[in-house]
Design a protein around this ligand. Structure first.
Ligand SMILES: *Cc1c(COP(=O)(O)O)cnc(C)c1O
Length: 494
């Protein structure tokens, strides 16, 4: 039975998966959600015998049901290949108290590659299926990792152009260098004076500017989105939850049907939402541990039921989680509230007007699968150090936030359920913070730091960082939030 997609904010007619990927965001400002959440049609034991690509096919086919087998397998084969530096694509590392799911083996060494290496292929396929022959313009706001992963995915892809906006002073040096050295005529990278939320709001505004859309249509352009609001990002992320569970099963670490916990370092709520969908599809999950850094809106929300973004935006050592408006939470709340679009629209209107909304006690009960926690920079650094000293295993700051929150969760609850912690970025991407955490000198140049980090940890400098030694800066535009529209027009020659 076909799965279609509907908006969280109105009762407009459901559309196919390929259309939803192409549109990115619904016209009414809502996010697309599946009209029905399908169940896995293979047993977990069967998944235990599959490799990553096969798993991806059997999970994604359920949610992208208007793609043919040939189309979907084609996208999967082009995405999950030797761009990844291990043939398994993702792998588990066992320590004395947790399993770490390494999701950073892709071309830009962050977990964003898991979805953004396939999104361009899904989009191009979706365009062809829907007889869309206009050039697809991807507009993306990034807190650091999405930008480069999207650029890597779309650079040079025929029929697409991509503009990325990042907070000039809100990303790590390596993240910035990765983005501004991007080659590809169809790419543009722009720093903004402001934070990620500023960039994301402006992108959403530009995206829904009707006059601009009309002008673009005339010139043969249409917008789409590579942000985690696109279901083409969300669906591929469900795969590794099932894959990692199946690996534990294959290794005899758990029994079929036994529940596990996942701890997820969270920003825009995309990654952990994929885990929630995996659970709804039949993966046995006991708790989803939602870990925040000092921008702890989500922690406060899960504790009190009130979402309040009216607070200072803090810059932390885990910049990809420096977010106060977690877009994908809208989807979870839609499902937790009987799938009522009017209530969802009202909540989001309140958020945009006042910066605050509160959910009912009943809804709060419906969210009991989630446990919220947070760790500040000091705790994060302490955790990097502790795991390194005890296990000889080096975490990046984002992963350390999740690891620290998990440790606290376990102490507080005594829950000994096996846990899989999402390892979301290579420590080489955040080398300064990591070196400081383990008591090493950090006032070196980026590339010297990479060499030192490699010596200390015994891990080879990743190719993505090696490439920066000789890469030239190709993009040097920095602008104010108000000038972003002008930049987009300039990029498209409007
Ligand atoms: C994007 C990102 C996150 C947060 O993921 P969300 O899906 O936005 O919640 C965590 N860690 C790293 C390294 C990231 O790049």
């Amino acid at each position: 039975m076909e799965v279609k997609y509907r908006s969280t904010r109105s009762d407009s007619a459901p559309i196919t998966a390929s259309r939803a990927i192409l549109e990115g965001l619904s016209d009414d400002g809502g996010l697309f959600v599946p009209t029905r959440i399908p169940s896995l049609d293979r047993s977990l034991a069967e998944f235990a015998a599959m490799d990553y690509r096969e798993t991806a096919y059997h999970v994604m086919k359920l949610l992208l049901s208007d793609f043919t087998e040939e189309e979907l397998r084609g996208c999967i084969d082009r995405a999950y290949d030797s761009k990844f530096d291990i043939p398994e694509i993702a792998r588990l590392h066992e320590t004395s108290d947790a399993y770490y799911l390494e999701l950073f083996h892709g071309p830009t060494i962050a977990f964003k590659d898991m979805a953004l290496s396939i999104l361009p292929h899904l989009l191009i396929t979706a365009a062809a299926k829907n007889h869309e022959d206009r050039t697809i313009v991807i507009l993306t706001a990034t807190s650091g990792d999405t930008g480069k992963a999207a650029l890597a995915g779309f650079a040079g892809v025929k029929g697409t152009r991509i503009a990325v906006f990042y907070p000039k002073d809100g990303v790590s040096t390596i993240q910035e260098r990765q983005m501004v050295t991007t080659v590809g005529e169809n790419t543009r990278v722009i720093g903004i004076h402001g934070n990620f939320d500023n960039a994301q709001s402006a992108v959403k505004e530009i995206f829904s500017d009707r006059a601009l859309r009309a002008e673009m249509a005339e010139k043969g352009y249409r917008f789409s989105s590579a942000n985690s609001i696109n279901i083409g990002r969300l669906v591929p992320q469900i795969v590794y939850y099932i894959y990692s569970y199946a690996r534990l099963l294959a290794a005899g670490r758990i029994k079929e049907g036994q529940a596990v916990n996942f701890a997820v370092p969270t920003g825009n709520f995309g990654n952990i939402l994929a885990a929630y969908y995996a659970g709804r599809m039949g993966l046995p999950i006991h708790k989803l541990i939602c870990a925040s850094n000092s921008n702890k809106v989500l922690y406060d929300f899960f504790r009190t039921g009130t979402y309040d973004k009216n607070r200072d935006f803090l810059l932390t050592t885990s910049p990809s989680m420096d977010i106060l408006i977690s877009s994908n939470l809208e989807r979870l709340l839609f499902h937790a509230d009987g799938e009522d679009p009017a209530a969802c629209a009202a909540r989001m209107e309140e958020l945009s007007q006042t910066g605050v909304y509160t959910i009912s006690e009943k809804m709060k009960e419906n969210l009991s699968l989630f446990y919220g926690g947070w760790a500040d920079d000091a705790k994060t650094a302490a955790r990097i150090r502790a795991v390194f000293e005890k296990e000889g295993y080096l975490l990046d700051p984002h992963t350390a936030v999740a690891s620290s929150v998990y440790e606290e969760y376990r102490k507080e609850t005594g829950d000994e359920t096996p846990v899989i912690i999402d390892f979301t970025a290579s420590p080489f991407k955040f080398e300064k913070a990591v070196m400081e955490a383990i008591g090493q000198p950090s006032d070196l140049s980026d590339l010297e730091l990479a060499d030192r980090l490699s010596e200390v940890s015994g891990v080879k400098v990743p190719a993505a960082v090696e490439a920066l030694r000789t890469a030239r800066v190709m993009h040097d535009i920095v602008c104010d939030q108000e000038e972003m529209m002008g930049q987009v027009r300039d990029f498209l020659g409007l």
